[in-house]
Design a protein around this ligand. Structure first.
Ligand code: SAH
Length: 251
């Protein structure tokens, strides 16, 4: 069976990595670590183009939610010519085995608030025939390699790979989470951007990966846990993992 080639395989373009986070705390340190950094403002966002540990990179904050993330991913590809995209950020846990401080890498992503039933099955992105949008296996595996090396030095944190759900809601309600989990077995984490980036990358033929550090349990304590976590842990994790990823890539 013939497999579809990605854009950069077809054009033979050298790698240019797009790195998206929703919030400044999720990406802190990376911009400062960039060499030859140049800032470009477009569509109310700041895109920083430069070298991260020898990898040609464009880093940007998307802001929160699916539309914001889709707009940012599209711009990275169409205007800044990125060939690969990584999303790094935090998420709520959707599984008892996934704890605050653990890391989840998406195997696939679903827009958990997409529901055009009965015209299309619940969760299907209409007219694509897909509900679970797969991430790029090669990129995700390299990211997982970097994450597990990083986590070896973090006491007790575990790396998980599986389904991430995205929707335009901050989930802080155990009942709502349980309902989602029963409709989407295998759901490991909930957030607000990943599956939108997945749809854009799927449609534009761009390999992508999504990595999320768990900041809260998507229950009634989520807002308080989230606020404490993003300030203290999120950027340290993102920085440590992306550094290892880029160094391995450039080696
Ligand atoms: N109060 C924050 C808003 C954060 S929204 C502020 O003012 O900045 C939560 C962000 O973290 C989103 O980008 C989302 O992707 C992720 N996230 C973390 N925990 C989440 C949860 N329980 N439900 C949904 N998204 C969550």
């Amino acid at each position: 069976m013939q497999t579809l080639k990605t854009n950069s395989q077809i054009t033979g373009k050298p790698t240019r990595l797009g790195i998206i986070s929703a919030l400044a705390e999720e990406q802190e340190g990376l911009i400062q670590a960039m060499q030859h950094a140049e800032r470009h403002v477009h569509g109310m966002r700041e895109y920083t183009v430069g070298n991260l540990w020898k990898v040609d990179t464009v880093a940007v904050l998307s802001r929160i939610g699916k539309v914001a993330a889709a707009m940012t991913a599209t711009t990275l590809v169409e205007r800044f010519g990125v060939t690969h995209i990584l999303f790094t950020g935090v998420a709520g846990s959707a599984d008892a085995n996934v704890r605050v401080g653990d890391v989840v890498i998406a195997e696939s992503l679903v827009q958990h608030d997409m529901d055009a039933s009965p015209l299309f099955p619940r969760f299907d992105v209409p007219l694509t025939g897909l509900s679970h949008l797969p991430s790029d296996l090669g990129l995700s595996s390299r990211l997982a390699g970097a994450a597990s090396t990083f986590l070896d030095s973090e006491n007790g944190a575990t790396l998980h790979r599986g389904l991430i759900g995205s929707g335009d809601q901050f989930i802080n309600d155990g009942m709502r989470l349980a309902a989602l989990k029963s409709a989407l077995p295998g759901l490991l984490a909930v957030e607000m951007e990943g599956a939108a980036v997945a749809q854009v990358c799927f449609e534009l033929g761009i390999p992508f990966a999504v990595i999320r550090t768990i900041s809260d349990n998507a229950n009634e304590d989520a807002a308080t846990d989230f606020m404490a976590f993003v300030k203290t842990v999120a950027s340290r994790y993102a920085f440590g993992i992306i550094e290892k990823f880029c160094r391995n890539h450039a080696a």
